[in-house]
Design a protein around this ligand. Structure first.
Ligand code: DGI
Ligand code: FE
Ligand code: FE
Length: 406
């Protein structure tokens, strides 16, 4: 990842700030044009933080916006990300950000990039003369507006003692608001304007979606039911998984109610005996694989998913899948599936497995590594006791091993 560091001093640096909610091809194109047309050495992307006293739409956290930018520019060698605004808990006025950057990297020459709409109200920004002291201004404009803006620019140049550079960009009209609306309404990712890595971040973290879980039985009702069905130890484990899944959900920035339902319901069929699991599946026409015949306890996943859907009215497929794959995992799990898989192993009531503390700490550092560790230990435990190992468990291990070694 390209974070700015002290090697990034003594350069001509374009600064592109914004909420990046989400980052899209308009941002990238402006950055590329500025780089080329203005002969810059680098572009620094500076996502806004989450300032106080401002109506931010905090459905999408600053961390997620920052990560989307970081992922999107990861393979561009002249693009860097800087967290100066993310890590500040005060309102980030541009003049302050530029002053801080100047103090930190005194040998750089900065070019602050703005759109023509911002230029039109530049005189109402805080301390425009200070902005102009620390940076030249690159104004991204629609090409047919060049003439009408040149007068304003000459005026500002004198008034604020600054340098203004016009940059013809006809792609400044892509709107993050429109992209968000498209995503929330149709679940349709306009992939031509959003980079693939951003699309997968958005879908993994379920950003910009409207949630409706009003038809699900309430958490309290489900708890009341489960406390009667499950043995006390199993019920406590269930609550532990629910809370841990919520914690991991906070860490990885996914909707908490999904973690809560999935955690609470993951073992809802755990009271069934092997024979009951098999006859339940036969009765409901749920397919039983050869390995499930060999290790019928694996069926508590399929039966649990069925009960979650049909008894507790939890119809969200993402929750259903995280119940279905909570024991074996599967290659390329969704983040929610991984959260439940890992929470099941590390929840605080668990005490028997090896290196639990290592895996617990790792779960909050890198969930892919934690997933691989859990599978490694599970496979080694099953091998020791000579148990039949489902192909999915092995495939999942291979997948995550390769992923983390990449
Ligand atoms: O239901 P829990 O006990 O909370 O946890 P779980 O659903 O992950 O089940 C854990 C058990 O399942 C544990 O003893 C390991 C075992 N397991 C995981 N993958 C396989 C497996 N057992 C067999 N036979 N084959 C597998 O592939
Ligand atoms: Fe289980
Ligand atoms: Fe469990």
């Amino acid at each position: 990842m390209n974070h700015t560091n002290k090697l990034n001093d003594g350069r001509k640096v374009g600064i592109l700030g914004g909420t990046f909610n989400p980052i899209h091809s308009g941002h990238i194109n402006i950055a590329k044009s500025a780089l080329e047309e203005c002969n810059l050495d680098e572009i620094w992307f500076i996502p806004n933080g989450c300032p106080p006293h401002k109506n931010v739409d905090d459905k999408v956290s600053a961390i997620s916006r920052y990560k989307m930018v970081a992922n999107t520019i990861a393979n561009e060698d002249k693009f860097y990300i800087n967290d100066i605004e993310l890590s500040s808990i005060e309102y980030n006025y541009t003049h302050k950000t530029l002053e801080k950057l100047h103090n930190k990297f005194p040998n750089n020459k900065y070019y602050f990039i703005m759109g023509e709409d911002s230029l039109r109200c530049f005189d109402s920004w805080r301390k425009p003369e200070v902005i102009c002291k620390y940076a030249s201004i690159i104004v991204a404009i629609r090409s047919n507006n060049a003439n009408s803006l040149s007068k304003l620019i000459s005026e500002y140049a004198i008034r604020f003692n600054g340098e203004f550079i016009l940059l013809n960009c006809d792609y400044i009209d892509i709107s993050s608001t429109e992209l968000r609306n498209t995503i929330s309404k149709d679940n349709l990712y306009n992939t031509s304007n959003i980079e693939e890595t951003t699309v997968s971040y958005i879908s993994e973290h379920m950003l910009y979606e409207e949630y409706d879980y009003s038809s699900f039985n309430s958490i309290e009702d489900i708890k009341t039911d489960l406390v009667n069905i499950l043995k006390p130890k199993r019920y406590n484990h269930t609550l532990g998984v629910m809370d841990t899944a919520i914690n991991l959900g906070m860490r990885y920035d996914i909707p908490l109610y999904l973690c809560q339902y999935a955690g609470l319901l993951h073992d809802c069929a755990k009271s069934f005996t092997k024979e009951e699991l098999i006859s339940f599946c036969e009765d409901k026409n749920i397919e039983i694989t050869d390995s499930e015949y060999k290790a019928p306890h694996l069926l508590h996943c399929k039966v649990g998913a069925y009960i979650a859907r049909n008894k507790y009215n939890v119809t969200d497929e993402r929750i259903i899948n995280s119940i279905l794959f909570h024991t074996t995992g599967r290659p390329n799990m969704s983040l929610l599936e991984q959260v439940v898989f890992v929470a099941d192993y590390i929840e605080p009531n668990r005490c028997k497995a090896n290196r639990l503390n290592e895996i617990r700490a790792m779960a909050y550092y890198d969930i892919d590594i934690a997933t691989a560790m859990i599978l490694q230990d599970t496979i080694s435990y099953l091998t020791d006791i000579d148990a039949f190992i489902d192909d999915k468990t092995n495939k999942t291990y291979e997948y995550y091993l390769e992923l983390i070694n990449d």
